[in-house]
Every structure is written in structure tokens, then in C-alpha cells.
Design a protein around this ligand. Sequence first.
Ligand code: SDX
Length: 378
Amino acid sequence: MATEIELKRGLQGVYIDKTQSSFIDGTEGKLLYRGYSIHDLAEMATFEETVYLLLYSKLPNQAELDAFDAELRANRAIPAEVLEIIRLTKDAHPMDVLRTAVSATASFDPDTADNSPEATLRKGIRLTAQAPTIVTAHARIVQGKEPVAPNPNLKQAANFLYMLFDKEPTAAEARLMEKDFVLHAEHGINASAFAARVAASTISDLHSAVVSGIGTLKGPAHGGAAEEVMKMALDIGEEDRAEEYTRGILESGGRVMGFGHRVYKVEDPRARHLKAECEALGMERGQPKWFSILSKVAEVMEPYRARGICPNVDFWAGAMYHLLEIPKDIFICIFAMGRIPGWTVQVMEQHSNNILLRPLLLYEGPMDLEYTPLDQRS
Ligand code: SDX
């Protein structure tokens, strides 16, 4: 008797390995990074602390944090050749430039060919530090301006905004950006982490895995949603148009960006932190309309909650970035900058107890056809 084959399309609900990096409970809306609640980390931890926790499996003491922070600050520079490649690819989408620049950076990293845990850790720290330099250099070149060199006196989030705007951010702006990076740092075996693990499972290196992650994250079904949500909000324009617009998407069988999740069937626990910041920033900047428009969209989507379709991490992020005057096309790069530590952790876990990730496809095509030589084919 033929073995009954159960297809698990999209690998829905399939556990492929064990992890100690993050715990996600999609029915409770719970997220822990190495046992610590995302709510505590978002409200009380710095990005540097969070990355240290993910990479070293413990919260740092002051001395450890200072040393780690210094290591990140010391590794922000990118090779001149990579900056040249950024200039040459200036007309590409920022995520394509980030993917290309990370790939090129591998040619200049002394540890590229070394897959030891120590080397992978060093590379992950370097890429975490370099990504904002790559993204902001491109953003400024696109605007016809010169890149701004990293400021060693600023922490990661503040330095990102500084390099983007050539102006030191306020403490509040820097804290907003930092919270966003913390919320995006790690999320288990999401599509981009899976892509990174597949690369790592062939014993490939971290740069290749991160390039795979960036390419995967770019899709609007994954990381590209924040940009799409802001485009939707701009398209809606005014709060009183939000209901008709949202219903229009739904009635046409479309997807409302920033809603739904493969795992969370209640609200994504990260969303509330960005929702609060989006509202506060909108009031502070005299632009409450974006929060009002998105709140109306969320109101229209409320009935979908019963089907497990709730706001996810991307729903409020885009409006917050817009209020910070960050260019829309680099919203997704912000997600990638936050997620490089998560990808690094997933790669290190994969390498530490590796098995090649190679699922099966159920073949439905013809079988055992006879080959007809070319001169006999009609
Ligand atoms: C991230 O995996 C991760 O952890 C990712 C992430 C991370 O931190 O790495 O959390 C980050 O990627 C967040 C998601 C960002 N993407 C979006 O906001 C894009 C819009 N969302 C959808 O495309 C969708 O919800 C997905 C892709 C996120 C999840 O899709 P699934 O799990 O494959 O579910 P599905 O597409 O099979 O939808 C199930 C049903 C469908 O209805 P039916 O066909 O069964 O009638 O729910 C409906 C869908 O039509 N649905 C939506 C919807 N999302 C799902 N309907 C309207 N709007 C939506 N957004």
C-alpha cells in the first residue's frame, strides 16, 4: 500500500529544530528573547543589551555591556570598495543595495571563510555595526549628498539617525529607534531566518546566510509590509476615507498590509509598543492623522480578529518612521538592521548541531516517458 503522504505546504505548524533564542506563543501573543519578555526588553533594554543577550545568552553586566558597545562602535566602518559599489548601485532599491553591499563586504572580512562560532560571532557583530552605515550611505547618495561617517560617541540607534540626517537625534527620537530595533531583533524561524538557516545548513558562511535573509525579508509578505502600510495610509489620506478604502481591499480579496501572521493568532505582542510610540510621536509632531487613519483601519479589521487576523509588528512601524521623516524605501532596511543579530543567532544554532535542511516535494508530473530524438519531433 502506498504510504499516505501528508503535505505541509508552507511548512505550516512544522517544528524543524530546537532553539534557545526566542519563544513565541501565537495563541497567547507571547514573545521571549532567551527567556526575557519582549515587553520588558522593549521598555527597559537598550539595543546593545538585547543584541548581547541574543549573542551571548545572558544579559550583560555594566563592564560587559560597555565592552560590547565599544566593539559595535569600533566596527561601523565599511571598506571604501563597498562604498564605491553603493555609489554604483545607487538607483537600486535600498534592500537590493544592502543585500549587495553585505555580499561585497564578505570579500573584505578577514573571517569570511571561518565558520567557527567565534568567527561567526565576530562577523555577526561587524555586520550589525556596518548595516546602518551601508543603508545611510546609500540614502544620502540617492539624495545627492555625501555619506556621514559613523559617530563613535553615539549608540547604535542614535548613530543610525545621525548618519541619515547629519544631525544628532533628540534622546526621545533615539529611544524610539532603539525600541524599534529591539522589537525587530529576533523572531524564531520566520521566512528570512529559515532562509539563513538553509544556507548555514550547507555549511555556508554567515555573509551568505545574511544575504539570503535580506533577499527573503524584502518580500511584502514578510518584511516589506511597513512600507506598504505607509503607502496605504498616504493613499487613504484622511481618516474619513479609511473605512471605504479598507473595505475595498477586503472586498477585492486583497490583503491589508500589517495584519495577519503565520504564528500569532492574537495581536502580535510587539505591535502595542510601536502603536503607543506612533500615537505619541504623531501628537508631538502635530501630525495625529497617521495614527487616526491607521486606528480606523484597525477598527474596520476588528471582526477579522475572530479569525486570528490582528495587527502585526509592521502595522504601526511605518507611520512611526514616516513621522521621523525616514524615507519610505528604507523602512524595510530598518527591519533588516534590527534582525541581523537574530539571523546570526539562528546561523550559530544551526552550525552548532547541523543537519542539512532538505525537505521533499511530492512529484505529480508524468513518469517514464520515452525520449524522442529532435529530428523526429513535429
Ligand atoms: C512579519 O514569521 C514571522 O515571524 C514574521 C515576522 C518576523 O518578525 O520575522 O513576524 C515579521 O513578516 C510580519 C508579517 C508582515 N506581513 C504583512 O503584514 C503582510 C500581510 N499579511 C499577510 O500576507 C499574511 O497575514 C501573512 C503572510 C503574514 C501570513 O499569512 P499565512 O499565515 O500564510 O495565512 P494565509 O495567507 O493563508 O491567510 C489565511 C487567511 C486567508 O483567508 P482565506 O483564504 O482562508 O479565506 O487569512 C486571510 C487570508 O486571506 N488573511 C488576510 C490577511 N492575512 C491573512 N486577509 C486580509 N488581510 C490580511 N493581512
